[in-house]
Design a protein around this ligand. Structure first.
Ligand code: HEC
Length: 126
């Protein structure tokens, strides 16, 4: 009798474990990638002013390497620290001029969160 309970408990614990693991492996729970962030820069035409042709303030956002290099003032992304990242502060309007400089439309709350999550997870290239 005891063995049956022990076996049942094992199965229960095992299925819980598999269930939790399965959930965390799903796409929606995964951290955003640079590709997700890049899509936001394209949507708001950030790269027209901060790209390969023109790099306002020395900042080019079309490539991971140039984004991480930052502007003529230095880095605009501080990995693991979205609150200290100039780019985040600038799109939220915490620092003026708010970006995109020709806005509105401003970057939506959801999109800001995508960028914040990407930075919080370490701002990796892939
Ligand atoms: C129409 C051109 C234009 C667009 C579009 C634009 N920017 Fe800018 N950006 C500028 C200019 C000009 C400056 C310099 C502002 C100043 O004098 O402080 C700047 C400055 C910045 C800075 C500050 C750099 C620093 O070190 O202080 C960041 C970050 C930035 N832009 C990000 C963005 C992002 C992200 C977008 C898109 C959501 C964007 N910009 C869209 C022209 C633009």
């Amino acid at each position: 009798m005891r063995n049956i309970f022990a076996a049942a408990a094992c199965v229960l614990i095992l299925s819980l474990f598999i269930g939790l693991n399965g959930a965390s492996g799903q796409k929606e729970g995964a951290a955003p990638t640079f590709a997700d962030v890049s899509a936001i820069f394209s949507k708001y035409n950030c790269t027209l002013c901060h790209g390969s042709v023109k790099a306002s303030y020395g900042l080019a956002l079309h490539k991971y390497e140039s984004l991480m290099k930052g502007s003529k003032n230095g880095p605009v992304i501080v990995p693991k620290d979205p609150a200290k990242s100039m780019l985040v502060r600038q799109i939220k309007g915490e620092k003026q001029p708010r970006m995109p400089i020709n806005g509105p439309p401003w970057v939506t709350e959801n999109e800001v969160q995508v960028i914040e999550k990407w930075i919080a997870a370490g701002a990796a290239k892939e």
